[in-house]
Design a protein around this ligand. Sequence first.
Ligand code: ZN
Length: 333
Amino acid sequence: MNIPYRRFSEYQPVDIAKLRPGGSYKQLIEKRTHPIDELVRMHGRIPDDLLQPRNCPTCGSADAGPEIDKDHMRIVRCRACDLVYTSPTFDDAHYMEVYASQEYQDIVRDLGIKSHEYRVERFGRERVGIMARHLEAARPRFLDVGCSTGFVVEAARDAGWDATGTDLNPSAIEFGRSRGLDLRTVALDDAGFEAASFDAVSLFDVLEHLIDPNETLRSCVRLLRPGGIVFLYVPNYDSASRLLMGKDAHFIWPTHHLNYYTPATIRDLLARHGLETAYVATEGLDIVDYLWYRREVHGATDAGVEPIADLLQFFINAGAYGKNLRAIGRKPR
Ligand SMILES: [Zn+2]
């Protein structure tokens, strides 16, 4: 696997005050287990009959060993392909309910809508720039699946692309539409998009939430023209965040995060869909999250780390141990 050589001059810091306005991040962490809080209050755990074991979501094997227990749920590692995933899980109907719930709408409103403009500038333009380097079309046709408020769709539109987004969160879509974006509240397979009609399809922070990521990825690949790309963002299981905080790393969130990829297992996933890996990189927030955790959970100040946080994060990114994993797969021509 090729990991791109990174230069510090290209490092872009993240303004955490703009990304996570007010107490929105603390609220996210505090409300983390809201779908199971009532169950645990009543039963002391999640009743077995609500959970279903599942096979490996990449390779289908049923042979998995224990990895981590957290929030009354279990995370395992596939002995066949090494993917780490939550099993057992709730059923589809449960997750549909969670993501349509008022609590989740509130999380998205606080984290997503208030920071939309910052996300367009800082993340939307960066993601469009990365895709542009892997595309030849002068005006690419782009679909963002699970687009939230449409901050990447907006950056793509501003770059002159033909950009569309879908999401199941009505308040996020409504906000994006108010900014003139072509966003739709519809499931991907119900959207009626023509096969082989897009140059790029993205899944940002989507795959880790799905019981059957293969089904969604298959639909995305079907929508791609020959030579088109799929752009994935998922949490990186083999990240500095996990090495520093263990199972306290925030992204280890088994009530919501069902699949935990690494640079190796994401590349394996792309290959199983007939895609060539064109790009793999990771990007931080490990050190910022670590300092937050040390301060909020342990009351520690870590004064010496703060001034070198960006530099440390750069080293982590350069070594492909950043918390956010990005991968581009290309459909054969
Ligand atoms: Zn597997």
